[in-house]
Each structure stands twice: as structure tokens, then as C-alpha cells.
Design a protein around this ligand. Structure first.
Ligand code: NAD
Ligand code: PRE
Length: 294
């Protein structure tokens, strides 16, 4: 284990791909004692028990949170607020709260709505790792190894709580960085939220064409790579697009402007201009490719 942090009891609300993978990673590192899950239905929680992700579960969120050192919210962004409110009666004075939501401003707003202000022991977090699959069956312990996790503490965040959440992700093999909520939401709108929206949009557009069955017969590697993420969970991505609406709208506006520019280049058969754009994109992507190979 890298960090030396040991969490005696971890409560996970929403035991899916991310929450389940974190539990498996912490177990593998010997960084956690007991893992207690909670969720809406017993079937997936039973499967999580069978997979060795959980030690036990409680359908009542507050009961699951009782006695936990750390409570982790692993639910879609749209469920954060009601789940946090349901956990609240079970939280102790010293309980550290954290989440894994893909946008941070909306999670901070949810915590403010439930508690009146972001509690000092609530450390918002976002692992920049995942897959297009969801549910606890898709969880695996190495998901976060060598990946970044962004924490967005503010000036009121408790130092000990921050150290615990840092230690938890380090134990899972991740590299932990900190930044402000606004910077996080702006950057992730560009690198994650916009690409997902475009991939879903492109596949939907083709699916609605009269000859869509034939079109998909001729899809190859390029289409597969561009659209893998359109197989992601629709509810999760609906919530991300609504949760990071402002930053996503800004990214979409910039993208639309560029699409107009590209359209004009094709219309004018301006090969030099197109080639210049493609060269810049290739150079940039190639320079940053190493981050995908970690
Ligand atoms: N999938 C990714 O690639 C990825 C990466 C980083 C962060 N995230 C974030 O992590 C969170 C979870 O994503 P995931 O991919 O693990 O999803 P998932 O669908 O695999 O897991 C979500 C879990 O939450 C439960 N859940 C849903 N609504 C609930 C509710 N109202 N009350 C209680 N439980 C509820 C589901 O039953 C499931 O167990 C999301 O907030 C997402 O934005 C996802
Ligand atoms: O690799 C994928 O399938 C992902 O969607 C992971 C991915 C992303 O890279 O956009 C998705 C959502 C996140 O919050 C973080 C990571």
C-alpha cells in the first residue's frame, strides 16, 4: 500500500462500476477493514456480496452510514442530493464524506442544499477513469492504477478529511491532484462531457436514417473508436450533461463555431486550411498520447 491509510469501515452508496472498483482496489491494497454498501434494491447488492466487493449491505442508507469512517457517494449525479439527505441521519461527527461524480459544481450545490453549506469533512472527488460499462459486475480492482483523481476542496475543507481521501485514492493506485470546482468543470466539459454528447449524437443521427441497418454493416475501427463511449449508461450521461450544463454549453458553442469553420473549408474545397487543422490536431494528440498508455 502506497499511502499507509487504513479505513476501518467504508460505506458506499451506489455500488456500481466506480464504487465497486474502488472497494476492490482498497481490499487488494489492504487499506480497508469493512465495506458496507447501500442502494435501492437488494439484487445488485447481493451480487456485490458474491463478488467480494461488500462485506454486508443495508437498504436503509442511514443505517449503512452508521459507524463508517468514510461515506462514498457512487451514484449518478441526479441521485446525489436525495441519497445524501437519506445518509445524513447516520453520519457521525467525524465521518468523512466524498463522492466520485463526473462534475463537481452540482455536487457542491447538492451538499449545500442538504447541509446548508459544504461540510468541512466533505471532500469532492472525481476519478478520471472509467469504461463504457456500468454496474458492479463491470468493477475491477486496477481501474484507477496510474490514473488521475481530481479533488476539489475549498478553503474550509478539513485537513484530516482531505488527507484521508487523498490516502484512499493513493492506496487504489491513483495520482491525486487538486483544483478548483470551476476549472474542473470547464476542463472536463471539453475532454469528457462534450465527446460523450457528440458520440451519442452521431450514433443517434445514423440510427435514425432510413438505411441505418446497411450503414452499420460498413462501420469499422474508426467508427468503433469514435463511438465506444456511446455504449455508456444513458442515465449517467443525462445527469452529467444537466449537472455541468453551463460549462457544456460553452464547450458546445465553441465546437459549433469550429464545425461551421470546417464546413466552410469543405464547401470551399480549401484543402490547405483542412490540412492545417488536421496537422495541428494530430501533432497535439500525438504529443499527449502517453497519458493513455499509463
Ligand atoms: N462510468 C465512468 O466512466 C465514470 C468515471 C468517473 C466517475 N463516474 C461517476 O461515478 C458515478 C457512478 O458511475 P458508475 O459508472 O459507477 O455507475 P453505475 O451505474 O455502475 O453505478 C451507480 C450505482 O448507483 C446506484 N443508484 C442509481 N441511482 C440510485 C439512487 N437513486 N439511489 C441509490 N442508488 C442509486 C445504481 O444502482 C448503481 O449501483 C456517477 O456519478 C458518475 O458520474 C463515472
Ligand atoms: O473511458 C471511458 O469509457 C469513460 O467514459 C471514462 C470517463 C472519460 O474519460 O470521459 C468518463 C467519465 C468520467 O467522469 C471519467 C472518465
Amino acid at each position: 500500500m502506497l499511502s499507509g491509510v487504513v479505513i476501518e469501515r467504508l460505506c458506499i452508496a451506489g455500488v456500481g462500476l466506480i464504487g465497486g472498483s474502488l472497494a476492490l482496489a482498497l481490499r487488494a491494497a489492504g487499506a480497508v477493514g469493512e465495506v458496507v454498501g447501500t442502494g435501492r434494491r437488494s439484487e445488485p447488492l447481493e451480487r456485490a456480496l458474491a463478488l467480494g466487493v461488500l462485506d454486508r449491505y443495508e437498504l436503509e442508507p442511514a443505517r449503512a452510514a452508521e459507524g463508517a469512517d468514510v461515506v462514498l457517494l457512487g451514484v449518478p449525479l441526479g441521485a446525489m442530493r436525495p441519497v445524501l439527505a437519506a445518509l445524513r441521519p447516520g453520519l457521525g461527527e467525524g465521518t468523512v464524506i466524498t463522492d466520485v461524480g463526473s462534475a463537481k459544481g452540482c455536487v457542491v450545490a447538492d451538499a449545500e442544499a442538504v447541509f446548508g453549506a459544504l461540510p468541512a469533512r466533505f471532500v469532492p472527488a472525481h476519478p478520471i477513469a472509467g469504461t463504457e460499462k456500468s454496474g458492479v459486475e463491470a468493477a475491477f480492482p486496477t481501474l484507477f492504477r496510474g490514473r488521475r483523481v481530481i479533488l476539489t476542496p475549498d478553503r474550509h475543507t478539513d485537513g484530516e478529511a482531505l488527507a484521508t481521501v487523498r490516502g484512499l485514492w493513493s492506496a487504489a493506485g491513483a495520482e491525486v491532484v487538486e483544483m478548483g470546482v470551476t476549472a474542473h468543470d470547464r476542463m472536463l466539459a471539453g475532454t469528457s462531457h462534450l465527446p460523450h454528447l457528440l458520440a451519442f449524437g452521431l450514433v443517434d443521427m445514423l440510427a435514425r436514417s432510413p438505411d441505418h441497418d446497411e450503414i452499420f454493416q460498413y462501420a469499422a475501427g474508426g467508427f468503433r473508436d469514435f463511438t465506444r463511449i456511446a455504449s455508456s449508461d444513458p442515465v449517467m450521461w443525462r445527469d452529467v450533461c444537466l449537472g455541468n450544463r453551463e460549462a457544456l454549453l460553452a464547450a458546445l458553442a465553441a465546437y459549433r463555431e469550429d464545425l461551421e469553420r470546417l464546413t466552410a473549408m469543405v464547401a470551399a474545397a480549401d484543402g490547405d486550411a483542412l490540412e492545417a487543422v488536421f496537422r495541428n490536431a494530430k501533432r497535439t494528440r500525438d504529443r499527449h498520447l502517453h497519458i493513455f498508455e499509463k
